[in-house]
Design a protein around this ligand. Structure first.
Ligand SMILES: *[C@@H]1O[C@H](CO)[C@@H](O)[C@H](O)[C@H]1NC(C)=O
Ligand SMILES: *[C@@H]1O[C@H](CO)[C@@H](O)[C@H](O)[C@H]1NC(C)=O
Length: 204
């Protein structure tokens, strides 16, 4: 291979590495026990359109615990308008995610797909505008979803179907015109009824 070719490859590699770094960030965690859960309470983070991949968590663990013991991540300080990518790789056993009072504008199937053990999702007080079909297709263990106080104006009729373990669904404080869908449901029977209403009504 000529030197020129080597040089070109080097340039491409450097550019790729640079882009990767430019798009990624680390999170600062305050690691805490909370009942039987072990949480990363994020101190401050910046996640936005061009910089939404998390590569590492910084912070001192409690005793002998490691990232694999972390079952909850809580984000309510910083700048976030895009769901953080990469948290599933940092924390492989996440069961709960709370991202509240941020500027999160959307949440997609791709964002949640790898978080297979997810049981609790609290995205209340953000700026989410729609809940698409099959959003939770890869999170069958979800028990609790809170989407209160967003700007949701569309909920796909199939959005919550298939979530057999869902016990609580909070939707109050959104923009859906169909008033039925602005309710929240706090036990399994109410959840089933709310989901039937959504399936029948379509929230636009
Ligand atoms: C970084 O983000 C920009 C803008 O979203 C995107 O075009 C680029 O492909 C990303 N780079 C990497 C390595 O992910
Ligand atoms: C979701 O998080 C908010 C903000 O931290 C909290 O006030 C609310 O109680 C949580 N919702 C549920 C249903 O746990």
């Amino acid at each position: 291979m000529s030197n020129l070719k080597y040089f070109r490859i080097l340039i491409i590699l450097t550019t790729l590495i640079h882009q990767n770094l430019a798009n990624s960030s680390t999170i600062n965690c305050d690691f805490k026990k909370f009942g039987s859960a072990y949480q990363c309470v994020v101190k401050n983070v910046e996640i936005f359109k061009t910089k939404n991949t998390l590569t590492d968590a910084i912070g001192s663990h409690d005793g002998l615990k490691t990232n694999d013991d972390v079952s909850w991540i809580i984000i309510s300080h910083g700048i976030i308008n895009k769901f953080p990518a990469g948290i599933d790789k940092i924390f492989k056993n996440l069961e709960g995610i709370r991202i509240t009072n941020m500027d999160l504008k959307s949440v997609n199937q791709e964002d949640l797909k790898a978080i297979k053990k997810l049981k609790f999702l609290n995205l209340s007080s953000n700026k989410i505008t729609r809940i698409d079909a099959n959003l939770f297709q890869f999170n069958p263990q979800l028990e609790h979803i809170s989407l209160s106080n967003n700007e949701i104006s569309h909920i796909d009729p199939q959005a919550f179907s298939g979530l057999k373990s869902l016990n609580q669904l909070f939707l109050r404080g959104n923009k859906c015109k169909n008033k039925l869908l602005l309710r929240s449901a706090e036990d399994k029977e109410q959840v089933r009824k709310l989901i039937r209403d959504i399936e029948a009504g379509n929230c636009e």
